[in-house]
Ligand binder design. Structure first.
Ligand code: ADP
Ligand code: ASP
Ligand code: MG
Length: 486
């Protein structure tokens, strides 16, 4: 299919009947010109509500479950009544009732067993996307763009890593060709659920929180799309999270590598794995604001021109991390061997190491991992190093949860002396202590681990120091040492 456009609408972009109307208009406008398929998230906050319901169920809190179930039903029923003509209400409400019924059956099972198996969580949590896909497909159809909701469990084939599955691209290509392409050939616009997939033998999986961006890129690669547009609630990829740094600027273009680094280090605007399926085929991606569709947004491209690739281009952060430190108890223990075993154990446990840093003759080293992977990281390390820990060859594993990660990113950082010094000086000027640092040899990112309480201040300071804001950087006047006032 030539010139295919995949568009993805995030939670806020389908968060109400009004937002769904806008999403449908944006879809219909493009569908008038070229083949289009769309990927949708659950309505905003619904995934949190579904997960919270399952936690209530696991704890046997039936009352809490019922409150959440009532909120789920009414939010979707209200959207249905506000969005669709009355003659469609009964049929669509019945369709939603069926999907929510599946959810209720699963949570009732969880309440009975006081258990929340990852496999059942994945099956249950995808109902958010199934409900929004149903509503948007119906609305598109009644407004003149024939559309059909498609459950991505029938399209995206993944491994069995429940909660954070990876796609298997070859079978996914085959399914996309068999399930999605024929709809478009018949003039029906596919509205595919984001976030979910299934193993080859049909067990439901999800791609990790925020995974609908990834779903869209998987689909774009599987269908050889010409472009992917990701509609969200900000004007594009910015020099920092605008919630943290009010004068952050929209970047006209970023490279795949920059976008991936930003996403890995916490920039929620893209799921960390979104870019991977697109790089090989060089499928261009746009990040655009569905609340201001006339604005150009950010284009994600393979490479930048020389004029743009200057120094640091964006600063990002995440506080959802923890730092694990290990140290051999004596110089006789081979620290490199301990390090190798530790890394191997983390790799086997499928843990993502965000920062790895090692220093000093005492051969201590530390890893920064995502908070949700902390427990399995500690378990993996404890079992891999059980003997050394038991005999006191290695000090007990130290866990510091009071940390955050700041990352300064930019293609133009390569070979520019002084950038690291500016970043560290800016952080120290706001009295935030640096706990660990790392810079890969690609020089695309400087990662800094700081105390969690100082993270926001540090991001603002680095953003200002690097002159990334709309306002020009404030010149810092320093008294010469000999003239420092009393
Ligand atoms: P969606 O529901 O559309 O997927 P998300 O909430 O997942 O949207 O991502 C958009 C949010 O990402 C923005 O509201 C913004 O606060 C946050 N964000 C974090 N870092 C950045 C950045 N560098 N540029 C733009 N937005 C960012
Ligand atoms: N609804 C899912 C989540 O909230 C996926 C997404 O929105 O991208 O994590
Ligand atoms: Mg998102």
């Amino acid at each position: 299919m030539t010139n295919l456009l995949i568009m993805k609408f995030g939670g806020t972009s389908v968060g109400s009947a009004e937002r769904m109307r806008v999403a449908a208009e944006l879809t219909a406008r493009e569908a008038g010109r070229r083949p289009v398929a769309i990927v949708v998230s659950a309505m905003s906050k619904i995934t949190d509500l579904l997960l919270d319901t399952m936690r209530h169920a696991e704890g046997g809190d039936r009352a809490g479950m019922e409150v959440n179930l009532a909120a789920l039903r009414s939010r979707h029923a209200d959207a249905c009544r506000q969005l669709l003509p009355e003659k469609r209400h009964a049929a669509v409400l019945a369709g939603m009732h069926e999907i929510l019924g599946e959810f209720e059956r699963i949570v009732n099972g969880m309440a009975m067993l006081n258990e929340r198996p990852p496999r059942s969580v994945d099956e249950a949590v995808a109902v958010g996307e199934r409900l929004s896909a149903l509503l948007l497909a119906e609305h598109l159809s009644v407004s003149g763009t024939p559309a059909a909701a498609v459950n991505a469990a029938t399209v995206v084939v993944t491994d069995a890593m429940f909660g954070n599955a990876s796609p298997l691209m070859e079978p996914t290509r085959a399914r996309a060709a068999a399930v999605v392409a024929p709809l478009m050939e018949k003039g029906i616009l596919p509205v595919v659920t984001g976030f979910n997939g299934a193993t080859a033998d049909g067990r439901p999986t999800t791609l990790g929180r925020g995974g609908s961006d990834f779903s869209a890129s998987i689909l774009a690669a599987a269908l050889d799309a010409a472009e992917l547009w990701i509609w969200t609630d900000v004007d594009g990829i910015m020099s920092a999270d605008p919630r943290l740094v009010p004068d952050a600027q929209v970047l006209e273009e970023v490279t795949y590598a920059e976008a991936a680094e930003l996403a890995y280090a916490g920039a929620k605007v893209l799921h960390p794995r979104t870019l991977a399926p697109l790089v090989e085929k060089r499928i261009p991606v746009w990040s655009k604001n569905s609340f201001a569709p006339e604005k150009p947004g950010t284009k994600i491209v393979p490479a930048l021109g020389d004029a743009e690739a200057v120094g640091t281009r964006a600063v990002t952060s995440t506080s959802k991390v923890a730092l694990l430190s290990l140290e051999p108890a004596s110089a006789e223990v081979n620290g490199v061997q301990v390090m190798a075993r530790a890394l191997e154990a983390l790799a086997r446990a499928n843990v993502e190491v965000l920062v790895f840093s090692s220093s000093s003759y005492r051969q201590n080293f530390c890893f920064l991992v995502r908070e949700e992977e902390l427990e399995k990281s500690v378990q993996a390390l404890e079992s891999a190093l059980a003997l050394e820990l038991a005999h006191g060859y290695v000090h007990p594993i130290h866990v510091n949860r009071d940390v955050g990660l700041l990352a300064a990113v930019g293609e133009g950082m390569q070979g520019k002396p002084g950038l690291a010094a500016r970043i560290f000086t800016a952080i120290s000027r706001v009295h935030v202590n640096i706990i660990a640092i790392a810079q890969g040899s690609s020089e695309l990112t400087i990662a800094v681990v700081v105390r969690r309480g100082g993270l926001e201040k540090a991001v603002q300071a680095v953003h200002a120091e690097c002159g990334l804001g709309l306002r020009p950087p404030v010149p810092v006047f320093r008294f010469p040492m000999e003239r420092r006032p009393e």
